[in-house]
Design a protein. Sequence first.
Length: 436
Amino acid sequence: MSKIDVTSLPISLPEGIDYDEYLRATYLAVFPSDVPIHSLAPVLAVEQSTGTWTPVPGETPEVRKKHVAKVTGVYEVPDYEFEMPKDVKTRSYIIEIAYPIVNIGSQIPMLLTTVVGNICMGGQIKLLDIRFPEKFVKGFKGPKFGIKGVRKLLGVKDRPLLNNMTKPCTGYTPEVGVELFKAAALGGVDIVKDDELIANASFNSVEDRVKLYMEAEKEIYEKKGEKTLYTVNVTDSIPNIFENAKRAIDAGANAIMVNYIATGFPVLRALAEDPNINVPILAHMDVAGAYYMSPVHGIASSLILGKLARLAGADIVVVPAPYGKAPILKHQFKNIAANLSFPMYDLKPTFPMPSGGITPLNVPQVMKDLGTEIIIGSGGGIHAHPQGPTAGGRAFRQAIDAAMVGMPMEEAVKQYPELAAAVKVWGDPMKKFKVE
């Protein structure tokens, strides 16, 4: 009997992997109890690297030795050891597979093809995380500005930044939009973004908006001494999105926005790495739920909204917040923010921007959950303020200022009239401003 060359097998101990040469993907797999997952997992590794469903002549030991993916762990939850209960119908596993980065290169399309690829159609399998080696990450430039760079542009050192989404979402002209921009900026909003539903529309072009809004930004700066970034939505098909971005920059844009999941990660990366696009990029989260919402299928939110967006170069990422209209568990929300902003080799940290139904009353909780290195995003919470969007912006800034010094909301509403007016509209007397 010939000796088995274990280096060519699709299995390995974790200690047998050179983690400078492999990235490690972690999956949740839920299968009927009679599926032999310990035998199936190596088949998945082969399927996503050197082989297919049946042996082929070209998959030689030499090819496998360099290119085969390796199962480094299969862990069942609960961890049955001595017998399987007869009434168990499904079994849940954590599977770890290491993929040679030589198969992928420093790019996201082949990364997703490798770690998700065909196996996402093989049942209840969800990609939970990817551990990237430094060698792989060095192939990406990441955010051009990041948290420090955006703060420097605005001249704001410590407090959370405030973003306003223009409302209504779409259907308005540039002349209407610039008045909404002025009102929000006068209220103390640091960043005004387009809604994701408007880009280079026939009734409201990118160039027309940028010219009017940036003229208004100069006027407001002269009045208040505070700068305002305008993230104009350049989302479009290829090559129009790049043309939109360049026209926006030529027209004076100081930031841009892209619906990055709809356009694809390579488009976001190309925008971020273009030396002529020397402004921050805000990445919007729409379509993300199609990837992460299932508990047993797809790709985890911390990857789609976190690590991958950061790799591709987003300076700001809009993320769903557990306080408003976008349902998400708080620990998942915090995990997304961590993947955007915690140390990741030499990549700059990306600003997480909690959004989706946030009002001034949510500010203390947002800051307790994520700290101050955030951008608080609000659309209706500013524009629907009973005294108008300028007062809506002030109410948010008042809530931020109060939270920065630890002032309870009960005291802040006595001191700040715009905040008090917001409480009358959105306050819940049963909660009594409780921060959990």
